[in-house]
Design a protein around this ligand. Structure first.
Ligand SMILES: Nc1nc2c(ncn2[C@@H]2O[C@H](COP(=O)(O)OP(=O)(O)OP(=O)(O)O)[C@@H](O)[C@H]2O)c(=O)[nH]1
Ligand SMILES: [Mg+2]
Ligand SMILES: [Zn+2]
Length: 289
C-alpha cells in the first residue's frame, strides 16, 4: 500500500482534513490510534493512504498541547482584550510556561487597543523577555508585527472567547473567518469558532482555535516544582543567589528573586503567577503525574 505524508489541517467529528502537496483529503483514522489512546491533532504530520482516505501512521511530534489541541507549533500567540473579559495574568503566565516547557515561543497579544490603554499590562512584561504586541484588528494596528513572526512557521492563536483571535486572523490572511459579537449581558464571546483549523500563510500555517469561556489551562504535570522557576526566564539571573539553596522563591527571607521583585527588576505580577504555579505543582500527587 502506498502511503503519502500529509499534515492535518482540521479535526471534526472523527474526520480529518489532510493536506498533501496541493490537495486535501477528508480522511478517517485507523482504529489502532484509538487502541493506543492517541488523539490525532490539527498540525500533526501523518502517513495516509490517499485512495482509501485513511490515516495509518502518526509521524514524530515536535510538541503538542491539549488546550488548545494542536501539534508541532513554533509560536503560541496568547491573545487578551482590554474588556470582556479583561486580561488575566495568571492565565497568560501559565500559557507562557506551557509554551516554554514545550519549546514553543510565546508571544502575548493585547488586542482591541482601540478600546483602552494597555500600558500597565505592557509594563508587566517589559523585563520578561517575552514578546508583547499591542494590536487592534478593528483599526489595523499590530498586524504587521504579528506577520513578522509567522513566515515559515506554525503559529497558534489562543485566548478567551471574544478576544478577537479570528478577527486578527482575518486581517492577517485577508479572509472572512466567522467572528462573533461579545454578549452585552454576559460580557464575553459566544464561542464563534468551533474547531481548530490551520490556514496557510507564507510557507507556514496559522491556527485558529476556539476560545475558552473561563480560565482553564491544562495541568502541567511534567514539571517538577524545583524546575518551575526557570520557566520564568527573567528569574534566571537571580537563581542560585538565594540564601538557602533549597529556596522556593515564594516567601523565604534572603531570596534573591523576591529581592529583585522589590527592586522592580521582576514584576510582582509575574512573581504572583510563579507562586500560584509553584503551589499547584507542590500539590500534585506523584501518582497523578
Ligand atoms: N473594538 C474592537 N473590537 C474587536 C477587535 N477585534 C475583534 N473585535 C470584536 O470582538 C468580537 C469577537 O471577535 P472574534 O474574532 O470572533 O473573537 P474570537 O477570539 O475569535 O472568539 P471565539 O471564536 O469565540 O474564541 C467581534 O464582535 C469583533 O468584531 C478590535 O481590535 N477592537
Ligand atoms: Mg474565533
Ligand atoms: Zn529564592
Amino acid at each position: 500500500m502506498i502511503l503519502n505524508d500529509g499534515i492535518i489541517l482540521k479535526v471534526l467529528a472523527g474526520l480529518y482534513t489532510v493536506k498533501s502537496g496541493n490537495n486535501t483529503y477528508e480522511c478517517s483514522a485507523r482504529g489502532n490510534f484509538k487502541n493506543k489512546n492517541i488523539k490525532l491533532l490539527a498540525g500533526d504530520s501523518v502517513k495516509f493512504n490517499a485512495e482509501e482516505k485513511v490515516i495509518c501512521e502518526l509521524n514524530k511530534r515536535k510538541n503538542f498541547l491539549i488546550r488548545p489541541p494542536v501539534a508541532n507549533i513554533d509560536n503560541l500567540f496568547i491573545v487578551s482584550s482590554f474588556n470582556n473579559p479583561t486580561p488575566n495574568a495568571i492565565y497568560i503566565d501559565r500559557l507562557t510556561v506551557i509554551a516554554d516547557i514545550n519549546n514553543i515561543k510565546p508571544i502575548i497579544v493585547f488586542n482591541k487597543c482601540d478600546t483602552g490603554d494597555f500600558s500597565e499590562w505592557v509594563n508587566i512584561y517589559k523585563n520578561s523577555g517575552i514578546g508583547v504586541i499591542v494590536a487592534s484588528a478593528k483599526e489595523n494596528i499590530g498586524i504587521e508585527e504579528i506577520k513578522e513572526n509567522i513566515s515559515g512557521k506554525i503559529s497558534a492563536f489562543t485566548g478567551n472567547s471574544g478576544v478577537g483571535k479570528s478577527s486578527l486572523l482575518n486581517k492577517i490572511l485577508n479572509l472572512k473567518i466567522e467572528t462573533g459579537e461579545v454578549s452585552k449581558k454576559l460580557g464575553r464571546g459566544k464561542h464563534t469558532t468551533r474547531e481548530t483549523s490551520l490556514y496557510s500563510y507564507n510557507n507556514g500555517y496559522i491556527v485558529d482555535t476556539p476560545g475558552f469561556s473561563s480560565i482553564e489551562t491544562e495541568k502541567v504535570l511534567n514539571c517538577k516544582k524545583e524546575d518551575s522557576a526557570k520557566h520564568f526566564n527573567e528569574f534566571n539571573p537571580f537563581l542560585g543567589k538565594c540564601k538557602f539553596t533549597s529556596c522556593s522563591h515564594t516567601t523565604e527571607k534572603g531570596c534573591a528573586v523576591i529581592e529583585a521583585v522589590k527592586n522592580g527588576k521582576i514584576s510582582s505580577s509575574r512573581h504572583s503567577s510563579y507562586v500560584d504555579f509553584y503551589n499547584e505543582l507542590k500539590n500534585i500527587k506523584e501518582w497523578e503525574r
